[in-house]
Design a protein around this ligand. Sequence first.
Ligand SMILES: Nc1ncnc2c1ncn2[C@@H]1O[C@H](COP(=O)(O)OP(=O)(O)OP(=O)(O)O)[C@@H](O)[C@H]1O
Ligand SMILES: [Mg+2]
Length: 101
Amino acid sequence: MTSAEKTALSGHGVAAPVGRDRELRLIGLFLEQAATEGGALLLTGDPGVGKTMLLDVAAAAADKAGTRVLRVAGAEFGDEANFSGLSGLLAPVLDHRRQLS
Ligand SMILES: Nc1ncnc2c1ncn2[C@@H]1O[C@H](COP(=O)(O)OP(=O)(O)OP(=O)(O)O)[C@@H](O)[C@H]1O
Ligand SMILES: [Mg+2]
């Protein structure tokens, strides 16, 4: 990854993860493709390995590119509310639901 590419992905007030050039490159490619075609990217790894840090970089880059970023954190299974994750994710944009066709 060139320093220009790294700056493009990481230079949004979010610290750049050390030694994650490959992951940053994949995230950059995903964001580019998802902007026009949509898509999903599943990020997995051991506890503390830096998943949230990479998500912070991805979210900041997407936001900078003009993409609306919605975030939600998982809740313990058995939480009293069904679909609490989906509900939390969509709550900020519920006012726009009439624009859906
Ligand atoms: N590549 C990295 N470069 C610099 N700091 C890192 C890197 N990876 C992780 N860290 C630091 O390690 C700590 C844990 O990272 P983070 O919270 O992103 O991990 P996580 O995979 O989301 O953990 P969890 O599984 O607990 O959610 C944070 O302080 C983060 O800044
Ligand atoms: Mg995390």
